[in-house]
Design a protein around this ligand. Sequence first.
Ligand code: NAD
Ligand code: TYD
Length: 352
Amino acid sequence: MIDKNILVTGGAGFIGSHLVRLLVNKYPNYRIVNMDVLTYAGNLANLKDIEDKPNYKFVKCDICDFEKVQKVFLEDHIDGVIHFAAESHVDRSIKDPFSFAQTNVMGTLSLLQAAKFAWEGKFENKLFYHVSTDEVYGSLGEEGFFLETTAYNPHSPYSASKASSDHFVRAFQDTFGLPTVISNCSNNYGSYQFPEKLIPLFINNICNNKPLPVYGKGENVRDWLYVEDHAHAIDVIFHKGKIGDTYNIGGFNEWKNIDLIKVMIKTVDKLLDREEGASEKLITYVTDRAGHDLRYAIDSTKLKEELDWEPSLQFEEGIEKTVKWYLENQEWLDDITSGDYQDYYREMYKAK
Ligand code: NAD
Ligand code: TYD
C-alpha cells in the first residue's frame, strides 16, 4: 500500500543515488520517482541494486522542461519533493556559467512552480525539500564556522547559482506559503562520486600512477562528510524538520587539502601493497583555481540538538571504505572514464 509519492530529482547522481537507495529500501510504503536527465554526472548504474523494486520509478526528464515536470506531478500524484538535480562542479562553472544558471536557478524555479500549481490550496502534508551547499556562505578565514544565520556571500558561479536557487525556495515559502525546507551541507565523499571531484579523481590517479594536480599550495580547507551520513540527515530532516527552516549538515571534520591527499596516498598505497608513501612523488602543484575559497566549516549543532542527527563514521574509516569501493568497482570507473571523460580531463588540466 503506497501512502506517499516522493519525487527525487537528480537521483542518478552521486548523493541523489544514495538517498534514493535509502528511501526505496527503508520505506516500502513510499513510491520514489527519480527524475533525472542523465547528464555526464548521471548514471543509472548507480542504482542497479534497486532498479527493479516495485516502489521505484525512473523518469528521464530535464527539470527545466516545465510542462513535462508538471505532467509528472499530476500523473504520479507527487506529494513530496527532494531536489538534488544540479550542475555541481565548481571548475565546470568557471568554464561554463550559463548551464549552472539554467539548471540550478531556472530548473529549481520550474520545480517550485510545478509544486505550487499541483498543490495549490492543499499544502497540508506536502513538502518541497531543497538540497543545497555550504558554499553559498562564501569563504571563512582561519577561525569560525558557518551557521544557519550566516549571511550569503557566494564567490563561484556554482555557489552563486545555488544561492540564487535557495532564495527562490524561500521566496515561494514566503510569497505563496509553499511548505519548504533547505539543508546546506559540507563536501561529501563516498562511493559513486564522479571522478572529477577531488577524492575520486585522486584515488583514480594514485591507482594509475598519474600526477595529482594540487591547486595552489594545497592549503585550502574543506569539511568532509560521508555521503551515507548526508542521506540519513536528509531522511531525518524530511520527516522531522520544521517547515520553512534551514539546517546545516556537516561532520566537524576539517582537512587541509594537502593533508587529506596524504591520507588518500597512504590508504591507496597500503591497499595496493605499495611501499608506504610511494605515491607522494605524484603530487604536482598546479595553478590555483580562480576565486578559490580558502576554508569551509559547518556548525551542525542545530541539527544535533533539534533532530538528534550525528555522523556515524570517523573520517579514517570512511576514507578506507571509499578507497576500497573504488578499487573493487573498477568496471564502474572504467565505464565513466572512457570516452568524453578523457576530453574533459585534457581540457580542464591542459593549462595547469
Ligand atoms: P552530481 O553532479 O553527482 O549529480 C547531479 C545529478 O543531477 C546527475 O544525476 C545529473 O544527471 C542530474 N541533473 C543535472 N542537470 C539536470 C537537469 N537539468 N534535469 C534533471 N536532472 C539533472 O551532484 P551531487 O554531488 O550528487 O550533488 C547533488 C546535490 O547536492 C546538488 O544540488 C549539489 O549542489 C548538492 N551538494 C553537493 C555536495 C557535494 O559534496 N557533492 C555537497 C553539498 C550539497
Ligand atoms: P572539489 O572536490 O572540486 O570540491 P569543492 O570545490 O566544491 O570544495 O574540490 C575540493 C578541494 O580540492 C578544493 O579546495 C579544490 C581542490 N582540488 C585540487 O586541488 N585539485 C583538483 O584537481 C580538484 C578537482 C580539486
